[in-house]
Design a binder for this molecule. Structure first.
Ligand SMILES: [Zn+2]
Length: 132
């Protein structure tokens, strides 16, 4: 069990639910925008000049990256809900120590304590810098 009280878990669970709703409304509006652009292009509606076309192109690229980020956030939320259901929420998945209420208030989907998260990010940065 984590060091969290039931009230603390309930509160964090509400934060997670709010985040969930926000992520999905963002995803929905991004997809709606992309769909609208595609539809216009499919209907043969061309942007009035080349610079608009270039703008349109980069906008849709940004949207796709944003949707991917939103989807990752949703996956984190799903994992956090599973940890709540399994009474493992608030416990670091790496070292098993308490994540801490303050950290969870800032990052309700955090699965690592601050020390392990730092180590994880250092490893990730090292791996990203590795050639090949
Ligand atoms: Zn840890």
């Amino acid at each position: 069990m984590s060091g969290l009280s039931q009230q603390q878990i309930d509160h964090l669970s509400q934060l997670i639910d709010k985040r969930w709703a926000r992520e999905f409304s963002e995803i929905r509006s991004l997809i709606a925008n992309m769909g609208e652009l595609r539809q216009r292009i499919a209907l043969g509606e061309r942007p009035s000049d080349a610079s608009d076309e270039a703008l349109l192109h980069s906008l849709s690229a940004i949207d796709a990256a944003q949707v991917r980020q939103n989807v990752r956030d949703v996956q984190d939320i799903v994992a956090a809900r599973q940890r709540i259901a399994a009474c493992k929420y608030g416990i670091c998945t790496d070292c098993g120590s308490d994540i801490g209420y303050e950290r969870l208030l800032a990052y309700p989907t955090a699965k690592r304590c601050i020390n392990c998260q730092r180590g994880h990010e250092e490893r990730k940065a090292r791996d990203a810098g590795r050639p090949g």
